[in-house]
Ligand binder design. Structure first.
Ligand SMILES: [Zn+2]
Length: 251
């Protein structure tokens, strides 16, 4: 695969991504996701300590608005929410900010209408490719483990260790592995923004998957990171270099 071909592939990816962003489904998805409020790092820690596998948390009423209800007997996750109160002292009114405990629940503690989900799974199997990629990882000193991860998590990479969700189809696992290999090769000591790292990793996965004649749903993934033609094309050199390393490494 030469640079020209990578460039063409990335242009195709960019226009597929733009289409995905325009879809009614995607607008609805963003609208719903924006209703989960952002938690401070402190509250994220509190959530993690009480439920390490929590995927999406919201309060009782927020879940109701989303068409789901909290299952009876579920143990609430306690976090702190800022609140204000006024007090009069020496004839001066003062506003005091304090924190009160509020209860939130993880999606696994609720039932009802499913939340919309961005589809990035592909079906089927590509014979022999997983083994070639695992051999490549070994040569690159990347450790790959397969684990039964949370449903919406396909894989992750940290410090030369890659973990892939073993409950997905073979082709979805390969897509995830290509994405995580790109993170491991490009971003070990990188200062790039999260958004740019994800665009690079998924663009590498797309280009290499295309080379191996595999289906991908990269456009959906990149739509999540608000990628556009400009943001995708500005990574051409890094993406092409990394894709080449992977493709040559599996020959
Ligand atoms: Zn990623």
């Amino acid at each position: 695969m030469n640079l020209k071909e990578v460039e063409q592939a990335l242009k195709q990816l960019a226009s597929e991504t733009e289409e995905a962003k325009k879809s009614q489904f995607f607008k609805e998805y963003l609208n719903i996701m924006s209703r989960f409020w952002d938690y401070s790092p402190y509250n994220q820690l509190l959530i993690y300590l009480q439920m390490p596998n929590a995927a999406r948390v919201a309060g009782f009423h927020k879940w109701k608005q989303l068409g789901r209800s909290v299952i009876k007997g579920s143990r609430a996750i306690r976090i702190l929410a800022p609140a204000k109160s006024r007090k009069i002292e020496d004839e001066k009114e003062e506003t005091i900010t304090y924190f009160r405990r509020v209860s939130v629940f993880d999606i696994s503690q609720t039932e009802g209408k499913p939340l919309p989900d961005i589809d990035i799974e592909v079906k089927g199997e590509t014979e022999g490719l997983m083994q070639k990629l695992l051999n490549f990882c070994q040569k690159q000193n990347l450790n790959v483990a397969f684990e039964d991860l949370r449903e919406d998590l396909h894989g992750y990479a940290a410090n030369g260790n890659i973990t892939i969700n073993s409950s997905k189809s073979n082709n979805t696992q390969i897509n995830a592995l290509l994405h995580e290999i790109a993170h491991a090769l490009l971003h070990n000591t990188s200062e790039l923004s999260k958004e740019q790292k994800e665009i690079q990793a998924e663009a590498v996965a797309f280009v290499t998957a295309k080379h191996f004649n595999m289906e991908t749903k990269s456009f959906n993934y990149l739509a999540l990171y608000n990628a556009n033609q400009e943001k995708i094309m500005q990574n051409l050199k890094d993406v092409a270099g990394c894709a080449k390393t992977i493709i040559n490494g599996t020959l």
